[in-house]
Design a protein around this ligand. Structure first.
Ligand code: TYM
Length: 322
């Protein structure tokens, strides 16, 4: 069976961008692929320096996958740091990558843009991410558009390793980005991101969620005038959540005039809340039972380590480390 792999950093609230851009497509792939989905806690360390927070975010991010319906009887859901083999593979891969590739890395650029220090972990980020992908012989990697460059680095490294050490040393992965959700906008219309502070957290209680959605930036067309739905953040989000029929109806109300942005935001709230109400309860149930979450991660890591150990053995023998 072919494998799908992806990761998410436990650095804060999981948001609507993570859900629509990656989690939802990854859940769909988990039906036809053998899924290896993990919580990238080593990666989170480039920014999170509080152990209690790292644990809390790891629990919450795992609970999110479970609440949204990942079937862990079939999929391995695990914590990246439970498979330390990834660090060994990362070292081996780092010996194949020119420093210039890392200088141009997306994580380095966004750290610089955000005024953060570029620590070696941030710089090394694409190497560790490549190791994540290559360790599990992944065929397909579902991600949002912002991770495309990183998956390409992994591909290049697999090709290079196969060139030096023989075909079949590492499987060459393919990126999977669903166009319609590749870059989900945040409250201000820019890409939704924890580091821009424009995110819509998935698990807000309904009242808070509604209040936050009312803050979405819109233009100032008066209520009575027609409005352009295309490119409007509220509409762009709504159409990803609602049926084609409801989307067409909302489009009609934008174009007819007589409705304010507050009305449209209320529609968005209702659509989002209807989808999240059930999972929200599931989420709370998992968060309240950290031991059950730990058991899921434990089981996932056992499966992940089996595959990881076989890959590392193969790489060690191909490269002369045995
Ligand atoms: P992270 O934690 O930043 O984001 C998790 C996933 O959510 C996607 N995403 C978005 N998609 C669409 N629109 C948005 N506004 C949006 N914001 C976030 C991201 O593209 C990502 O797919 N480096 C990864 C974690 C990682 C990983 C891996 C992923 C570590 N190792 C190996 C795949 C394979 C990251 O920081 O994701």
């Amino acid at each position: 069976m072919k494998r799908a792999l992806t990761g998410i950093k436990p650095t804060g609230n999981v948001h609507v961008g993570n859900w629509l851009g990656m989690i939802d497509p990854a859940l769909a792939l988990a039906d036809e692929y053998e899924a290896f989905y993990f919580i990238a806690d080593y990666h989170a360390m480039t920014t999170v320096r509080d152990p209690a927070k790292l644990r809390k975010f790891t629990l919450e991010t795992t609970a999110t996958w479970l609440a949204l319906g990942l079937n862990t009887d079939r999929a391995a859901l695990f914590r990246q740091s439970d498979v330390p083999e990834v660090c060994e593979l990362a070292w081996i891969l780092s010996c194949q990558i020119p420093t210039g590739v890392l200088e141009r890395g997306h994580a380095v650029k966004s750290a610089k843009d955000g005024g953060l220090d570029v620590n070696v972990g941030t710089w090394y980020y694409p190497v560790l991410m490549s190791a994540d992908i290559l360790l599990y012989d992944s065929d397909i990697v579902p991600v949002g558009r912002d991770q495309k460059q990183h998956v390409e680095v992994a591909r290049d490294l697999a090709v290079k390793m196969n060139h030096h050490f023989g075909e079949g040393t590492l499987a060459v992965p393919t990126v999977s980005i669903k166009d319609s959700v590749a870059t989900i906008p945040g409250l201000d219309g820019k890409k939704m991101s924890k580091s821009y502070g424009n995110e819509i957290p998935l698990w807000l209680p309904p009242k808070k969620l509604r209040k936050l959605l009312m803050k979405i930036v819109t233009d100032s067309t008066p209520v009575e005038e027609p409005k352009n739905p295309d490119g409007d953040t509220v509409f762009e989000l709504y159409k990803l959540l609602a049926s084609a029929e409801d989307t067409a109806a909302l489009r009609g109300r934008y174009l007819s005039g007589g409705f304010g942005h507050g009305h449209f935001k209320q529609d968005l709230f209702e659509a989002l809340d209807a989808l999240l109400a059930g999972p929200r309860e599931e989420y709370q149930r998992w968060v309240d039972e950290p031991d059950s979450v730990k058991q899921v991660l434990q089981r996932g890591s056992e499966r992940a380590r089996e595959v990881a150990a076989a890959t590392v053995d193969r790489v060690r023998s191909r490269t002369g480390l045995t």
